[in-house]
Write a protein that binds this ligand. Structure first.
Ligand SMILES: O=P(O)(O)OP(=O)(O)OP(=O)(O)OC[C@H]1O[C@@H](n2cnc3c(O)ncnc32)[C@H](O)[C@@H]1O
Length: 177
């Protein structure tokens, strides 16, 4: 597959997300700060997906020369049905002005203490991870994934796979109707 001809507008200036798109597409995206339209800390899959879609659409609207708008959103979701645990999720939405696709990255169990603090104190996940890891700006680098796995998984790589999933339909003939 050849990604080169497409121009991507990414709805954030976040470094981990920019790196993810660069790795996934082989190009430097146009990075734009756009509103996600959801809370700073999405607390469900629905809210996380909505934030990703809002960012993708706003990015393309702000960069008319781009072909595809990308919205990358991190969030938390509670699995009531199977495990009764909280998970960190990372979603990519890709929008070309008429078609919309999603890519869903690795869902990773969150320590119960982290989820409880986020809810009780109204803080965001990066605050807990930075406190535990004695770092700043973890969400721009390896993120919670790297902290929890000792570096075996990182945020850019998780988003990279989500970007590949969401953009493949625009690149493969197999998806044309
Ligand atoms: O700069 P933007 O694009 O807004 O990216 P963000 O990391 O601040 O924001 P997201 O909307 O993607 O994520 C929602 C919140 O969850 C935090 N978060 C999500 N994934 C994380 C991760 O892997 N590590 C640390 N914090 C994470 C993040 O810092 C936000 O506070």
């Amino acid at each position: 597959m050849n990604h080169a001809p497409l121009r991507y507008a990414l709805g954030t200036q976040n470094e981990a997300k920019r790196l993810a798109v660069q790795k996934a597409t082989g190009t430097d995206p146009i990075c734009l700060s756009v509103p996600s339209g959801v809370s700073g800390q999405p607390m469900s899959e629905e809210e996380t997906i909505t934030g990703a879609i809002n960012r993708a659409k706003a990015a393309l609207a702000s960069a008319p020369h781009a072909d595809i708008g990308l919205g990358l959103e991190g969030g938390l979701m509670y699995d009531r049905e199977f495990t009764q645990q909280w998970y960190l999720i990372s979603v990519c939405a890709a929008w070309n002005g008429s078609e919309l696709y999603l890519g869903k990255g690795l869902a990773f169990p969150l320590p119960r203490q982290a989820a409880e603090r986020i809810m009780a104190e109204g803080i965001e996940l990066n605050v807990v991870i930075d406190e535990w890891g004695q770092t700043t700006g973890s969400n721009h680098r390896g993120g919670a994934y790297a902290f929890l796995t000792g570096g075996r998984v990182n945020r850019a790589d998780v988003f990279c796979e989500a970007v590949i999933a969401a953009t493949t339909p625009f690149l493969s003939r197999l998806y044309t109707n």
